[in-house]
Design a protein around this ligand. Structure first.
Ligand code: CMX
Length: 434
């Protein structure tokens, strides 16, 4: 297997030529219309971005470079004796647009093992924060502390030619991804295990080593980490974290700045933080209903109460999807295989049976079905990772794979600074009321 960076360099010219040619032929064509309601409605449905790594279909769900999750579970290389894809494989697929061989995945693992050392000052920055600081705040602080290592920053100051921007970006992305599991595990251990840290095992794959440093050595948990880190890795370009990383990067902010910005978006309760909210809400419901497995009627009553209090049901709904999220289904299948008797799994299943009909009744919810966050917490709880405020950090570690692969492409293709137009209600009224 040739060097990964070298391999990437062979892809750039043909991709750039393809786009140039396509633009020359079709650059004046209109992709769609934008309604005034979309200006006020979070730009929902407006096609305004190019993101090559994955595409979300409202009915079918996510495809990574054209492949669905079940296809990838079949096609991507696994750890020895394992059944779940190695996250290194989905990164390779998203970056190179090629299904990786076992050897290619090993090359990614080796590359990240080589780059995994986290500078000591990053741990000092984390240690300066109170241990009850939310894990996502710690995560973003650590990413910014890692920025001392930015090769793009140095190269730009030294006058790098714009055609070479992708090269230091490639280095920064590989270094950052390699270090995120160590940083995340450090946050987990300092916050919930009295700073009793676990040294990395350099013989393990990226996801397996992450599980090990978190303190979980069960092979089944490692498998969970591998599928978890694979399915959360990308969700086309318009979601808050992905879009933010692309947007901030378009100002030639480096990978550290762009990724930290995106992680602040992921930390919002309508986006990635929903994974902790699901478990918080489910446990509060179970407590209020007397513990155990509540009846469907009791769950329905609690759902209605939540809605009456003007809150959302976390884990349900989506801005694009209009069916059950295949990432939910993949996790449900993992639960059915490994823990069908788990009581919390049965609660989650029962919530799935109850919530869509109640949300549909409201008449305004466009997608009453569960999203990825409705299931992930239950799987983690099963293996003893019960500290749910940490869950969004796991999502963030995974989200690095797709969004940062895209960032390398953004710089390789010379994507311009992003700057959409805005208008005012007054101007719109002058134009359309007249
Ligand atoms: N519970 C209650 N109300 C909901 C709802 C839910 N799960 N999902 C949507 N609605 C409401 C909206 O709040 C909105 O109400 P108002 O008109 O009163 O403001 C109405 O239904 C229409 O919303 P929508 O067009 O169906 O959904 P949006 O595209 O605006 O929002 C999302 C999508 C995900 C933010 C929303 O469904 C939601 O808040 N879900 C709960 C939080 C959640 O699970 N987020 C995680 C999403 C996945 C991820 O990014 O990780």
């Amino acid at each position: 297997m040739e060097n990964l960076k070298q391999h990437f360099s062979t892809k750039i010219d043909s991709a750039a030529a393809e786009i140039k040619d396509f633009l020359a032929k079709h650059g004046d064509k209109v992709v769609g219309e934008v309604k005034i309601s979309q200006l006020y409605g979070g730009m929902r449905g407006v096609k305004a971005l190019i993101t090559e790594t994955s595409k979300l279909d409202p009915a079918e769900g996510i495809r990574f470079r054209g492949y669905s999750i079940p296809e990838l579970q079949d096609l991507l290389p696994k750890a020895p004796g394992g059944n779940e894809p190695l996250p290194e494989g989905i990164f390779y697929l998203m970056l190179f647009d090629e299904l990786p061989t076992q050897e290619a995945v090993q090359a990614v693992t080796k590359e990240w093992q080589k780059r995994a050392d986290v500078p000591a000052h990053v741990f000092k920055v984390l240690d300066a924060l109170p241990t009850d600081t939310h894990p996502m705040t710690q995560f973003v602080s650590a990413i910014m502390a890692l920025r001392t290592e930015s090769e793009f920053h140095t190269a730009y100051r030294d006058g790098i030619n714009k055609k070479d921007y992708w090269q230091p970006t490639f280095e920064d992305v590989m270094n950052l991804i390699a270090r995120l599991p160590r940083v995340a595990a450090y946050i987990y251990r300092r916050t919930y295990h009295n700073g009793d840290h676990i040294a990395p095992d350099p013989s393990l794959d990226w996801g397996g080593n992450f599980a090990h440093m978190l303190g979980f050595n069960d092979e089944e948990f490692r498998e969970l980490m591998r599928i978890y880190l694979t399915i959360h890795s990308d969700h086309e370009g318009g979601n808050v974290s992905g879009h933010t990383i692309h947007l901030v990067g378009s100002a030639l902010s480096d990978a550290y700045q762009s990724f930290a910005a995106g992680m602040n978006g992921l930390a919002g309760p309508l986006h990635g933080l929903a994974n902790q909210e699901v478990i918080r809400w489910t446990l509060a419901m179970r407590d209020e209903l007397g513990g155990g497995l509540p009846s469907k009627d009791a769950i329905e009553g609690y759902v209605r109460k939540t809605l009456d209090e003007g809150k959302v049901i976390p884990g349900f709904g989506h801005a694009v999807l209009r069916k059950t999220d295949p990432r939910y289904t993949a996790q449900r299948e993992f639960a059915l295989k490994h823990m069908p008797e788990d009581e919390l799994f049965q609660v989650i299943s029962r919530i799935y049976e109850v919530v869509p009909a109640v949300l549909e009744e409201l008449g305004k919810v466009k997608n009453p079905w569960p999203n990825v966050d409705a299931h992930s917490g239950q799987l983690l709880m099963h293996y003893g990772l019960t500290e749910y405020d940490f869950y969004t950090v796991l999502f963030g570690v995974s989200r690095s794979l797709g969004t940062l692969a895209s960032l390398i492409w953004d710089r390789a293709l010379g994507m311009p600074i992003e700057r959409p137009g805005s208008t005012t209600t007054k101007l719109l009224k002058e134009e359309y009321d007249a």
